[in-house]
Design a binder for this molecule. Structure first.
Ligand SMILES: NC(=O)c1ccc[n+]([C@@H]2O[C@H](COP(=O)([O-])OP(=O)(O)OC[C@H]3O[C@@H](n4cnc5c(N)ncnc54)[C@H](O)[C@@H]3O)[C@@H](O)[C@H]2O)c1
Length: 286
């Protein structure tokens, strides 16, 4: 698998945390990026976040062009129907709700050309279900980016039984062009990353409940013993306990008992101990 050419033009739907990051990496690569964001204040904030990210990269010496030049390739529009037809790729990154995602993806499909690839950045929804609403599901797949997008190494490429091989191939080339690595995964609950990451996190919480060791010791077991960059409890704190609980509930329903959320996780979420964002989770972040 070799690096592909940069897509000339990309649409990114949703200007939140992930959408701004995805817009930044494609604009840096040289693509014209059309960012679809409904809320004008969020669109302005996304532009600022991209500008800040580019300034940081320039400061580190990892940006080959001037930040202003990269930013010049980014334009904002307020709805998917305003995307130009000649975009090579559209990546949807709006909130994690199937009905909302289907609405913007079907709207985008009406606007773009027949050869445009459509992708979703969902972290847990069924790609096949989202694709079934499209007229041409063979050009649709999952492109699961990680947070923060500019610094992360992986994009999980999730294909359905309908996704055309040529589409998967093009997308993998674009991921390589971004300087990232891809893994190709068949559409299934939790894909590869959430399924493994959540299972380890849930077992670590059960160990805490059982009094096997304290949170630092459990994290050190994996950080020092197995060279994980971050232990499973610290990682749950960073993702957010509420987010992890929602994914665990989904995987419990689809994959069975081994994903049953532990009592301690539910209790902490009910108390508002959601991890780093609230100052306390399994560790103290205040
Ligand atoms: N945050 C993460 O760590 C992470 C990691 C991987 C994948 N994801 C997935 O990425 C997606 C986005 O997550 P996020 O954290 O960036 O969310 P976010 O809430 O930060 O951003 C979503 C944005 O979409 C905008 N939006 C909503 N409806 C819209 C519409 N119809 N048209 C245009 N814009 C619209 C909102 O105004 C908001 O700015 C979700 O599916 C999430 O599961 C998130």
């Amino acid at each position: 698998m070799t690096t592909g050419p940069a897509p000339a033009a990309v649409g990114v739907i949703g200007g939140g945390r992930m959408g701004a990051g995805i817009a930044q990496v494609f604009a840096t690569l040289g693509s014209r990026v059309h960012l679809v964001e409904r809320d004008p204040d969020v669109a302005a904030a996304a532009r600022q976040r991209v500008a800040d990210g580019l300034t940081k990269s320039a400061g580190r010496g990892t940006l080959n062009s001037h930040p202003e030049e990269v930013l010049g390739r980014l334009t904002a529009v307020s709805d998917a129907g305003a995307l130009p037809s000649d975009v090579d790729l559209v990546v949807e990154a709006i909130p994690e709700r199937a009905d909302l995602k289907i609405a913007v993806l079907t709207e985008a499909e009406k606007t773009v050309s027949a050869s445009t690839v459509l992708a979703t950045n969902t972290s847990s929804l069924s790609i096949s279900e989202l694709g079934s609403a499209l007229k041409r599901p063979e050009r649709f797949l999952g492109m699961h980016f990680f947070n923060p997008v500019p610094a992360s190494q992986l994009v999980e490429v999730i294909k359905t039984s309908e996704t055309a091989n040529a589409v998967t191939h093009r997308v993998r080339g674009w991921v390589r062009a971004l300087g990232k690595s891809d893994i190709v995964v068949r559409d299934s609950p939790g894909f590869a990353t959430s399924r493994l990451g959540v299972l380890l996190g849930l077992e670590a919480i059960r160990m805490l409940e059982d009094g096997v060791a304290d949170a630092d010791a459990i994290d050190n077991a994996m950080e020092l013993g197995y060279r994980h960059p971050m232990g499973p409890l610290r990682s749950t704190d960073l993702v957010g306990l509420d987010v992890r609980l929602a994914i665990a509930e989904h995987l419990h329903t689809t994959l069975g008992e081994r994903f049953a959320p532990p009592r301690l996780l539910r209790d902490k979420v009910a108390r508002g101990e959601l991890g780093r964002k609230t100052g306390r989770g399994f560790h103290d972040w205040s």
